[in-house]
Design a protein around this ligand. Structure first.
Ligand SMILES: Cc1ncc(C[n+]2csc(CCOP(=O)(O)OP(=O)(O)O)c2C)c(N)n1
Length: 659
C-alpha cells in the first residue's frame, strides 16, 4: 500500500523514482499522514498536507544534506520532510514522550538544520547560510527558506526581506507557500494583497502569455554567458512588470527580488521546472507557490482550525494519570474567555488583542459578539504590544492575549513601550508552563524571568479559575503593566474556599502547619497541596501552604516571617529555576539577611524540556504532586537521598531523547 513511500525513505531512494510516479508517492504520503496524525497522534495536520508535493520536489531537485539547505518556517509543515528523511518508521511516535518531535530538530536528523517552532525566522537563517556560502566560495550551494503567507507577516521575516532584496550573486530561494491561511483564514493587508489577484481574470490570461515568453527566454539563457544572462534577467523582470497592477510579484520585485510565480504547488513537474529556472537567476528569488491547506483530508467539519491541527486520539493518553487529583474544572483558556466576555459587557473600553491566535486564545468566540473589539494583528507579537500601548494611550483598556512563549519575541516592547512609561496594559499569558506535545519551542517557562527584570511591572498567577477572573479584573485596573500567567491545563474542579480579596503584592495562606512551608506560584498551588497532603499521610508532618499570587511585587513581610519561623522553606513554580519565582524569593532572603540556605527552589532545571503529554513532562521535571512530595521529603530527611520510590521523577539532566 505504501510501496513508493517505503522506497522514498531517504532522498536517495526518492531520486530513484520516476517523475511520472511522484504524484502516486504524494498520494501515499498524504494517506499515511492522515492515518497517523488524524487517526492517532494529533498534530499540525493541515500544513503538512499542503506541502507534500513541494517537499517531494525540493528533495528530488536539491541535495538537502550536504550541498543545499532548507529551513522551514515555524516548522509545523515538516511532516513530509520527516517521512523523506528516514523517520517514517518512527512517525507513529510523533509528539509523544520520547518520540519524534512535531517540529524540525537537528537532534533527530542532519536534514533538520535548525530547531524551529516560532514563526518568521526562516528568511534570516537561510539568508545567513546563503551569504556564508557566497563568502566561502561555495557557488553551487543554494539556501532555501519555505515560509507561509502567515509567517511572512512576522517582523523578523519582513526585516530579512528588506535585507535580502539588496543582495546580488546569491543563491537564496524563498519559497512562499501561499495557502490563504494562517491558523484560520489569512487576514491583514498582505493577505488582501495576495488575494486581490487570485480572482482577477485579466491577470490569469496576461500571465499565460508572459509565462510563454519567460519560458522561451529561460530556454535560451543557459547557452549564454554571464553578461547576457544579466540582461535577460532584466528583460524578464521587465516582462513581469508588464503584468497588470494586481500582479502579486510587484511587491517583491520592487524590493529587488526575482519573482517567479504564482505556480501550482501541487504540480511536481512545474515545481521542478521552477527550481531549475530559479537556479539560473543570479540574485535572490521569491518562488510563489499556491497550495491548499489540508489537501486530501475530507473532514466533515468545515472548520479551518481542524485542518490546521488534529487532536491526539484519546486512546493514546487514556493510560496517563490525572495531573493532580482535583483537576477536571474548565480549561483556563475557557475561563479567560468567559471573563473577557463579562468584562467587555461591563465596560465598552475593554478591547482584546491577539497575534494570529484567535482560535488558540479562544478570542474567536468573543470576536463573534464584539467584532470591533477583538483585534487580530496577525503574526506580529512585537507589534501587538506596541499597538496595545497605543490603544491604552488613546483611552481604551487593552488585554493583550499572547502565549507566554510567543511573548518572548516582544521583550523590548515590554521594556520600552510599557514598563519605561508605566503604560498599564494587561498581558494574558496563556500556555505559561509546560505545554506538552508541542515541546521545547512552545513551553512557556521563561516569562517570570523576562518580565520580572523590568521595573514597573506586575506579575501574577492564579491558583484556580475564580482567581484568574479576579486577577483579570484586578490587573486591568492597575496603573502599571501587568501580566497574568496561566497554564495549558484544566483548572481545579474543587476549589479551595475564596480567600481574602486581591491586594497588590499580597499572598494568601491556605494551610497552616509547623513543620515547614511551601510557597507555590500559580499552577503549582494544587500540586503542592496534594504534595503536603501526601507528606502528612506518610509521615504525620504538617506543612504550611502559601498561594503566592504575585511574583512581583511579592509579599516580602509574609515571606520574611515564614523564612524566619521555619527550618524548611520550599518554593514551587512551573518555570525555569534561573530568574524564576524561587530565585526572586532567594534574592530577597539574601538582601534581607535571612537564612537563604533554608530555601529550596522547586523549578525546572537549566535545560530545555522536550515533548510528551503534559503530565509526563511534569513528572519528568519533578513538578507532579509525587515529585514535589519526594523533593520535600528528601530535603527534610524523610526519605533517603537517591531513593525515587513514590516519585516518578526522571532525574535525567540532559534532555529526553527524541526518536
Ligand atoms: C512567533 C509565533 N507566533 C505564533 C505562532 C503560532 N502559529 C503556528 S502556525 C501559525 C500560522 C502559520 O501560518 P502560515 O505561515 O501561513 O503557515 P500554514 O500553517 O498556513 O502552512 C501560527 C500563528 C508561532 N508558531 N510562532
Amino acid at each position: 500500500m505504501y510501496q513508493l513511500l517505503e522506497q522514498a525513505d531517504t532522498p536517495d531512494g526518492l531520486k530513484q523514482i520516476a517523475v511520472s510516479d511522484l504524484p502516486r508517492l504524494a498520494e501515499q504520503m498524504r494517506q499515511f499522514i492522515i492515518e497517523t496524525v488524524a487517526g492517532r497522534t494529533g498534530g499540525h495536520l493541515g500544513s503538512g498536507l499542503g506541502t507534500v508535493e513541494l517537499t517531494i520536489a525540493l528533495h528530488y531537485y536539491y541535495d538537502l544534506l550536504e550541498r543545499d539547505s532548507v529551513v522551514y518556517d515555524v516548522g509545523h509543515q515538516c511532516y513530509p520532510h520527516k517521512l523523506l528523511t528516514g523517520r517514517r518508521a518512527q512517525f507513529g511516535t510523533l509528539r509523544q514522550y520520547h518520540g519524534i518531535s512535531g517540529f524540525p530538530d537537528p537532534k533527530e536528523s542532519p536534514y533538520d538544520r535548525v530547531k524551529t517552532g516560532h514563526g518568521g525566522t526562516s528568511l534570516s537563517t537561510a539568508l545567513g547560510i546563503a551569504v556564508a556560502n557566497k563568502q566561502q566560495g561555495f557557488t553551487d550551494r543554494t539556501a532555501i527558506a519555505v515560509i507561509g503567507d502567515g509567517a511572512l507577516q512576522e517582523g523578523q521575516a519582513l526585516e530579512a526581506l528588506n535585507h535580502g532584496g539588496d543582495m546580488r550573486d546569491l543563491k537564496y530561494l524563498i519559497v512562499l507557500n501561499d495557502n490563504e491561511h494562517g491558523i484560520g483564514p489569512a487576514t491583514g493587508a498582505l493577505a488582501n494583497y495576495f488575494s486581490k489577484f487570485r480572482t482577477s481574470q485579466a491577470y490569469t490570461s496576461a500571465k499565460k502569455d508572459i509565462k510563454k515568453m519567460l519560458k522561451l527566454l529561460d530556454e535560451q539563457a543557459g547557452s549564454f554567458g554571464r553578461a547576457v544572462h544579466d540582461v535577460l534577467d532584466h528583460v524578464k523582470a521587465g516582462l513581469h512588470g508588464l503584468m497588470p497592477a494586481t500582479h502579486p510579484g510587484v511587491l517583491f520585485e520592487e524590493l529587488g527580488y526575482f519573482y517567479y510565480g504564482p505556480i501550482d504547488g501541487h504540480d511536481i513537474p512545474t515545481l521542478l521546472e521552477a527550481f531549475e529556472n530559479a537556479a539560473r537567476v543570479p540574485k535572490p528569488v521569491v518562488l510563489h507557490v499556491m497550495t491548499k491547506k489540508g489537501k486530501g483530508f475530507n473532514n466533515d467539519e468545515p472548520d479551518h482550525y481542524a485542518y490546521h491541527a488534529a487532536k491526539t486520539h484519546s486512546k493514546l493518553t487514556a493510560h496517563l494519570p490525572k495531573e493532580y487529583r482535583r483537576a477536571g474544572g474548565p480549561a483556563y483558556t475557557d475561563v479567560f474567555i468567559d471573563k473577557t466576555f463579562e468584562m467587555m459587557e461591563k465596560d465598552p473600553k475593554v478591547v482584546a488583542i491577539t497575534a494570529a491566535m484567535l482560535q488558540g486564545t479562544g478570542l474567536e468566540k468573543v470576536q463573534q459578539k464584539y467584532p470591533e473589539r477583538v483585534i487580530d494583528v496577525g503574526m506580529a507579537e512585537q507589534h501587538a504590544v506596541g499597538f496595545a500601548q497605543g490603544l491604552k494611550l488613546g483611552g481604551l483598556k487593552p488585554i493583550c492575549a499572547v502565549y507566554s512563549t510567543f511573548m518572548q519575541r516582544s521583550v523590548d516592547q515590554l521594556f520600552q513601550e510599557l514598563a519605561l512609561i508605566k503604560c498599564p496594559v494587561l498581558m494574558a499569558l496563556d500556555r505559561a508552563g509546560l505545554v506538552g506535545p508541542d515541546g521545547a519551542t512552545h513551553n512557556g517557562v521563561f516569562d517570570i524571568a523576562y518580565i520580572s527584570m523590568l521595573p514597573n511591572t506586575v506579575l501574577m498567577a492564579p491558583r484556580d479559575a475564580t482567581e484568574l477572573k479576579n486577577m483579570m479584573d484586578f490587573g486591568l485596573e492597575l496603573s502599571l503593566p501587568a501580566a497574568v500567567r496561566f497554564p495549558r491545563a484544566q483548572s481545579p474542579k474543587q476549589e479551595f474556599p475564596a480567600g481574602p480579596a486581591l491586594e497588590l503584592g499580597k499572598a494568601e495562606v491556605l494551610v497552616e502547619g509547623d513543620d515547614g512551608v511551601v510557597i507555590a506560584y500559580g499552577s503549582m498551588v494544587y500540586h503542592a497541596l496534594e504534595a503536603i497532603e501526601l507528606i502528612q499521610e506518610r509521615h504525620g508532618k504538617r506543612l504550611t501552604l502559601v498561594n503566592a499570587r504575585f511574583a512581583k511585587p511579592f509579599d516580602e513581610a509574609l515571606f520574611a516571617r515564614l523564612i524566619e519561623k521555619h527550618d524548611h522553606v520550599f518554593t514551587v513554580e512551573e518555570h525555569v529555576r534561573r530568574g524564576g519565582f524561587g530565585s526572586i524569593v532567594l534574592e530577597f532572603a539574601n538582601r534581607a539577611r535571612l537564612e537563604s540556605g533554608k530555601i529550596e527552589v522547586l523549578a525546572i532545571d537549566d535545560r530545555f524540556v522536550d515533548h510528551g503529554a503534559r503530565v509526563e513532562v511534569l513528572q519528568e521535571v519533578g513538578l507532579d504532586p509525587a515529585g514535589i512530595a519526594a523533593s520535600i521529603e528528601r530535603r527534610m530527611g524523610l526519605r533517603k537521598p537517591g531513593s525515587e520510590s513514590g516519585s516518578t521523577r526522571n532525574v535525567a539532566t540532559g534532555s529526553s531523547v527524541s526518536g
